[in-house]
Ligand binder design. Structure first.
Ligand code: GTP
Ligand code: SPV
Ligand code: MN
Length: 590
């Protein structure tokens, strides 16, 4: 008799009408075959799905160009379909589940005609982890199938694990005709179902990532008592060999991957990578918060990645131990057949194609690589992968860091006085928008916990859930805020960032271990400059002082904006958050 999984795949095949259905086993041999199919048989926008790069310099590297209209997440086409609109909240687009399904059924009918439907069985989280979830995604592009193999633990054994149960997470994906009128990323949290049509790019198409591991998982976590967060997980080793584990939430394209892979500028300190984008956080039996990274790969921003900024990532991209490594929408050096992007640290190629495959020269007024061009690489290629990465229990978290891209106002680092105050600091976070989503860049918007595009339910309830988790922790992590992005009068970043950020991390772990005290300001505790290790750093004293300044007169506008945003969540906002707001407002008006 057919299993629920087989029946579901059958049902979808009847709707999408692919020429064949192919069940993936996640093996390397299969990845080779899928790449071959992408080179020879499948096309996107009249171009092959994959092309081989210089295998000597970029072993196992392949280039992919997405449809030119399909280069980033599309927040305006992303919906969360709870039966009750209030459960979705002002932070989500909403459609009634029945209406959404009718619409999607119409668009899906025959959408895979002449294509292959790949069935991808995978888990998010280590299969031995009590926190892991079994998932199956359908897709009609080899690029998505191969990407999912890098980003998740894909294996035939997941099918056996699911067996005759129907409790797996379902993802339905087709690139359709790439038309933006027929592009939707629909979430049905109660059914653990994501249905995405019209895009083959990143978070729109790799449904285990933002769609499941954040939007749906945040809702599951609310019901089951855990947190799914847009966070890096890393271990910071001090010169004595002690490792402190921390998480950091920064909005898209604001520095998570760089932080997770950092090569420390301070001798004796070392960063161990566990995750660069998503953390699932559970309360351990010891009353601490424990984190796992449900993913197994990086889908990282290419521009700006170089041996200077992120040497560990450059090494991972060239290591080639896991098959394959993908480059999406970068430029291509025609002389050497190497990928190229702005900020890679080598001069622009003389003869090149841009991210759309058009002739490109350095004198052109355009970028060779799309600003949201990315690489997809296995985390097992990371040179400083933590030995705890595959630990099913995860790692215990001592500090949680929140940060946005703020060219003005927000100091380099501050600490919140306690959990509730920290949750409020994270909730009132703002950030300037980036190219990771299709919208105007550089516009300041509120982005609580870096989760605005990813929280799968009402943000007011989400803040309540955070407070609730805090009340259950015997030993909660300390909460910090950071901002690497303050600029001077000329618009240049004051703080050198990247590997130098270790100086801030060192202060954070010194605070965690009660080694230094701090200065109280209305927004939180900031360092005494003497407590920061600034040895070898060339930065003018005045500029340095400026990035620690909390200039109260500039905060008036900020908190008005915060109030306006939080008011959108009406009576779903926890009272404790408004108390924190009033305390801050009073401090500022004083
Ligand atoms: P998503 O994958 O979209 O979630 O992004 P992310 O948060 O992982 O961002 P990533 O680390 O890829 O960085 C995005 C951009 O920020 C790149 O252009 C980096 O060069 C730049 N960046 C990262 N860290 C720093 C820093 O410390 N200082 C400055 N000035 N720029 C940084
Ligand atoms: C982000 O936008 O935060 C990303 C890229 O990590 S995507 O997978 O496209 O969501
Ligand atoms: Mn991200």
């Amino acid at each position: 008799m057919a299993t629920p999984l087989e029946r579901w795949v059958d049902e979808q095949a009847r709707l999408f009408k692919p020429k064949k259905v192919y069940w993936c086993d996640g093996s390397e041999k299969e990845a080779h075959e899928l790449i071959e199919i992408g080179i020879i048989d499948e096309q996107i926008n009249g171009q092959p799905v994959f092309q081989a790069l210089n295998q000597h310099k970029w072993p196992k590297g392949f280039l992919h160009r997405s449809h030119p209209s399909d280069v980033a997440r599309v927040e305006h086409l992303t919906y969360v379909c709870h039966p009750d609109k209030n459960v979705a909240g002002a932070n989500n687009n909403w459609m009634a589940p029945e209406e959404a399904k009718q619409l999607m059924t119409k668009i899906s009918d025959g959408a895979m005609k002449d294509r292959t439907m790949y069935v991808l069985p995978y888990t998010m989280g280590h299969p031995d982890s009590p926190y892991a979830k079994a998932c199956v995604q359908l897709t009609d592009v080899s690029y998505v199938a191969v990407s999912m193999r890098i980003m998740t633990r894909m294996s035939k054994s997941v099918i056996d694990k699911i067996g005759s149960k129907d409790d797996f997470v379902k993802g339905i994906h087709s690139v359709g005709d790439f038309s933006q009128e027929r592009r939707f990323i629909m979430h049905f949290p109660d059914e653990r179902l994501v249905w995405s049509i019209g895009s083959g790019y990143g978070g729109n198409a790799l449904l285990g990532k933002k769609c499941f591991s954040l939007r749906i998982a945040s809702w599951v976590g609310k019901q089951e008592g855990w947190l799914a967060e847009h966070m890096v997980i890393l271990g910071i080793e001090d010169p004595k060999g002690n490792v402190t584990y921390v998480t950091a939430a920064l909005p898209s394209a604001c520095g998570k991957t760089n932080l997770a892979m950092m090569e420390s500028a301070l001798p004796g300190y070392k960063i161990w990578t566990i995750g660069d984008d998503i953390a699932w956080l559970n309360i351990g039996p010891d009353g601490r918060l424990w984190a796992i990274n449900p993913e197994t790969g990086f889908f990282g921003v290419a521009p700006g990645t170089s041996m200077q900024t992120n040497p560990n990532m450059m090494r991972a991209l060239k290591k080639g131990s896991f098959y394959p490594t993908l480059f999406t929408n970068t430029g291509l050096d025609l002389d050497t057949n190497e990928p190229w992007w702005e900020g890679i640290g080598t001069p622009p190629p003389r003869s090149a194609l841009d991210w759309q495959g058009e002739h490109w020269e350095p004198s052109y007024n355009t970028k060779a690589a799309h600003p949201n061009s990315r690489f997809t690489v296995s985390i097992y290629n990371a040179p400083a992968l933590s030995k705890e990465f595959d630990n099913p229990k995860g790692v215990p978290i001592s500090a949680m860091i929140f940060g946005g891209k703020r060219t003005q106002l927000i100091p380099l680092v501050f600490e919140s006085s306690n959990w509730q105050n920290g949750v409020f600091s994270a909730a009132r976070m703002g950030s300037e928008t980036t190219a990771a989503a299709a919208h105007q860049e550089g516009v300041l918007r509120r982005d609580p916990m870096a989760m605005l595009p990813f929280c799968g339910y009402n943000m007011g309830d989400y803040f309540g859930h955070w407070l609730d988790i805090g009340s259950k922790l015997k030993n909660p992590p300390k909460i910090f805020s950071v901002n690497w992005f303050r600029t001077d009068e000329e618009g240049k970043f004051v703080w050198p960032g990247f590997g130098e950020n270790i100086r801030v991390l060192k202060w954070i772990i010194d605070r965690v271990n009660n080694r230094v005290d701090a200065r109280q300001t209305p927004v939180g505790l900031v360092p005494h400059i003497k407590d920061l290790d600034l040895s070898g750093l060339k930065i003018e004293k005045e500029k340095l002082e400026k990035i620690f300044e909390v200039d109260i007169k500039d905060w008036d506008k900020e908190i008005k904006d915060v109030r306006q945003f939080l008011e959108k969540f009406g009576d779903r906002m926890p009272k404790a958050m408004w108390q924190e707001y009033e305390t801050l407002a009073k401090e500022i008006q004083r």
